[in-house]
Design a protein around this ligand. Structure first.
Ligand code: NAD
Length: 481
């Protein structure tokens, strides 16, 4: 039987516990019962973290990229070796099935490895100069100390994206993972420290989210902020960042449309879509949400989708064969109940689900709604849960207009065999990510990020490293004789 680890803060090279500090319980979403006690950083702790990061900056920035890469890559290898145990911990605090958690942990290890390597390629360039003997250089330099804020739905991959790019670029990072899923980020931090990361280069803090971000971002030491979470909180943090002109990467909410055309096999499409929809119980910023299905295949699609959703095994993610775990926290259960109730009251058809399972833990039935009116809150608000909305369209033009209707622009998907149409969709869908005949759109080596109110900047890939580098132009002329 696995046990949940002791939880700490990691500041200036020390692991600090809850003694003399405020704390909060971490709940297992299967039971709703506490499994750990998480210390909150005091203001003095946060100041110490800022000072330690400032002290670590010159040395870490000057550490050769090859040496930084060696440390980060070593950590990635250890994460792979311990993937099973880390995944079990992740399931205990977040709820997703353990095999799904293991895929996430292995993907996080890939992110560390890829960024470690990419750090070696923070190339500048030489621009041909206009005068003989003069050099025009473009240098890429670490942006400085960074602050990162990660949510609870991907306790491994989201902190990994932020930590890896910052560290590989030569920037010390202070990260506040989610208070609801703290152990996974802490164990990754421990592994990085074991792999040779010097004190102050990576620090992990927890507390009241708004207080921690206000305190850290109120310091001139922080030069860049990376946040993943809701659009509402992202906007607050952008305002705070504006005070000190701190750079930001914002991965915010989404409401992904899925355009299903009538040139595909609707039954096979529904089976693939169910796997995409109910991954992590739909608590995914790129979760396929608004299915827009051509009217000729709508009925077949809804029937097949409903059958596959009903066949999903929901339960404790540590039990074998479970395909969907509980929701991560009671707020999601309340939100699902309210949003589905509102949609049904406004005329949506409920095909399956629509209610919580039992009264222990945070379980909710996979839910399918069709013919959902635009006036339903869920057609505008991100549901962030196990619910699919399946509406119909009659023309490509109408489908594109509906897909682009919302202020969000994170992910979009389309299922079609028509190559010309696929090109039109690439041009016209307003999203940072587009899956054509696939729901797999997140890899270490590809950029991940949104447009419009889904945020700005990308994580992963070369863009993800660039976000932690500044550009300096140097004009170097011959010395006057
Ligand atoms: P929330 O919006 O309060 O919190 C979202 C995340 O932001 C949490 O991890 C929280 O700790 C953090 N946070 C909140 N206020 C903060 C602040 N001032 N400074 C720094 N971090 C802060 O609410 P929630 O109930 O956790 O989630 C609600 C909604 O958030 C979801 O419905 C979904 O739309 C969105 N969300 C998006 C993602 C994503 O991957 N983009 C992840 C989690 C939640």
């Amino acid at each position: 039987m696995s046990t949940y680890p002791e939880l700490h803060l990691h500041i200036a090279g020390e692991w600090l516990d809850a003694r003399g500090r405020n704390s909060e319980p971490v709940l297992n979403p299967v039971t709703g019962q506490p499994i750990g006690t998480l210390p909150h950083a005091t203001k003095a702790d946060l100041d110490r973290a800022l000072a330690a990061a400032a002290e670590a900056l010159p040395k870490w920035a000057a550490t050769p990229a090859y040496e930084r890469a060696r440390i980060i890559r070593r950590a990635a290898d250890v994460m792979r070796e311990r993937a099973d145990a880390i995944a079990t911990m992740l399931t205990m605090e977040e709820g997703k099935p353990q095999p799904e958690a293991k895929i996430e942990v292995l993907a996080a290890a890939d992110v560390f490895e890829w960024m470690a390597e990419e750090g070696k390629r923070a190339y500048g360039r030489i621009v041909p100069s206009r005068a003989a003997g003069t050099r025009h250089l473009v240098l890429k330099q670490p942006v400085g100390v960074t602050a990162a804020f990660a949510p609870w739905n991907f306790p491994a991959i989201t902190p990994a994206r932020k930590m890896s790019a910052s560290l590989a670029a030569g920037c010390p990072c202070i990260i506040k993972p989610s208070e609801e899923t703290p152990a996974t980020a802490l164990v990754m931090a421990r592994i990085l420290v074991e792999a040779g990361l010097p004190p102050g280069v990576l620090q992990v803090v927890f507390g009241i989210p708004g207080e921690v971000s206000t305190h850290l971002m109120g310091s001139d030491i922080i030069r860049k902020v990376s946040f993943t979470g809701s659009t509402a909180v992202g906007k607050q943090l952008m305002k705070l960042a504006a005070e000190r002109a701190q750079r930001t990467t914002m991965e915010l909410g989404g409401h992904a449309p899925v355009l299903v055309f009538d040139d595909i096999d609707a039954e096979k499409a529904a089976a693939a879509a169910v796997a995409g929809k109910f991954r992590n119980a739909g608590q995914v910023c790129v979760s396929p949400t608004r299915f827009l299905v051509h009217e000729r295949v709508h009925e077949t699609f809804v029937k097949s989708f409903t059958r596959a959703a009903e066949a999903l095994k929901v339960g404790d993610g540590l039990q074998p064969g479970v395909q969907m775990g509980p929701l991560a926290n009671p707020r999601r259960v309340d939100a699902m109940t309210a949003l589905i109730g509102d949609a049904v009251a406004k005329g949506a058809k409920l095909h399956t689900g629509g209610e919580r399972i039992g009264n222990e833990g945070f379980f909710f039935k996979p839910t399918v709604l069709s013919d959902v009116p635009l006036s339903a809150r869920m057609m505008t608000e991100e549901p962030f849960g196990p619910v699919a909305l399946i509406n119909r369209f009659s023309s490509e033009e109408e489908a594109i207009a509906e897909a682009n209707r919302l202020p969000y622009g994170l992910a979009a998907y389309a299922l079609t065999r028509d190559a010309d149409r696929a090109v039109r969709l690439q041009e016209r869908l307003e999203s940072g990510l587009l899956g054509l005949n696939t729901f797999a759109i997140s890899l270490a080596e590809t950029p991940f990020g949104g447009v419009k109110e889904s945020g700005h900047g990308s994580e992963g890939s070369i863009e993800g490293l660039e976000a932690y580098l500044t550009t300096k132009f140097v004009a170097h002329a011959p010395a006057p004789l």
